[in-house]
Design a protein around this ligand. Structure first.
Ligand code: FAD
Length: 237
């Protein structure tokens, strides 16, 4: 379900300053980057100390969910201001100068307040999303989580209050006078490609790989598989 405005208005905090033409606030593009990634870095300050923690996440509409141990620092906070970033690397760009040597990327910075999810229904929805966003409808066929497992897992929700994306998607961009230099230059695309699945050696006889996993095929791009899985499970985005 898309929310009413198609764009996150840039704020004083989310206005991209350096190379501002690379800044993007369109919700669809911000969501696409979030849905093609699966590792975020969550930054927050506790007792004056900044922490930046890498973790998995799932987006449902305008909420981003992460889960973990109730003992972790972030889970202990009540409502904490957080900055969450996701980065997808698309290429290495070798220019004729160090200054223009670059990386092609799509990244998102989200600012908002993190809260511990206490509503049991929202918690269940989030825990399902943490699996099903990767593997559509997989939770429906899994052993049910026990009350103890659910209790041992804290879920944090963060509403996307302010967000920006930044995208570099081009080749070598040297200073005009440098193109005549006898220096080699190129763009190297970077892709994360899936390997061949390795079935668990302890599978019971007759247990086949579900058809819903066919998107995770050897040689496929991870981001494509993730995007497809997300939209199969959450068609409204
Ligand atoms: C893989 C990678 C490599 C990079 N390498 C360099 C580098 O070597 N040198 C360099 O100067 N920059 C690099 N950047 C860009 C860097 O992330 C910042 O955009 C840059 O430091 C300047 O940000 P700013 O001037 O907008 O100022 P800031 O004050 O840092 O940011 C202002 C606001 O702009 C938005 N913003 C800034 N950067 C991003 C972003 N990347 N994605 C989404 N929103 C953003 C945020 O909302 C932020 O609050 C790299 C980015 C990536 C993803």
């Amino acid at each position: 379900m898309e929310t009413s405005t198609p764009s996150y208005s840039p704020t004083e905090r989310t206005q991209v300053k350096r190379r501002s033409q690379r800044g993007v606030y369109d919700k669809a593009q911000v969501h696409a980057i979030l849905d093609e990634g699966f590792i975020c870095h969550v930054g927050f300050v506790l007792d004056g100390q900044p922490y930046v923690i890498p973790t998995a996440y799932a987006r449902l509409d305008e909420q981003i969910y992460i889960h973990g141990s109730p003992a972790s620092r972030l889970m202990k906070g009540k409502e904490v201001d957080v900055c969450l970033t996701v980065t997808l690397v698309d290429g290495l760009v070798l220019a004729r100068s160090a200054f223009h040597t670059s990386i092609n990327y799509r990244s998102v910075v989200v600012l908002g307040q993190a809260r511990v999810v206490t509503d049991p229904e929202e918690k269940e929805r989030a825990l399902v999303a943490m699996v099903d966003r990767f593997f559509p409808d997989r939770t429906a066929g899994l052993r049910q989580s026990t009350a103890q497992e659910i209790k041992a897992t804290s879920v944090i929700a963060m509403e996307i209050e302010q967000a920006s994306a930044k995208i570099r998607a081009k080749g070598v961009a040297d200073d005009e006078e440098d193109y005549d230099l006898p220096v080699y230059a190129e763009r190297i695309p970077v892709r994360t490609v899936l390997g061949a699945p390795e079935p668990c050696p302890r599978l019971r006889d007759g247990v086949e790989r579900p058809a819903s996993l066919r998107g995770y095929a050897e040689g496929r791009l991870l981001e494509e598989a993730l995007r497809e899985a997300y939209f199969l499970r959450y068609p409204g985005g």
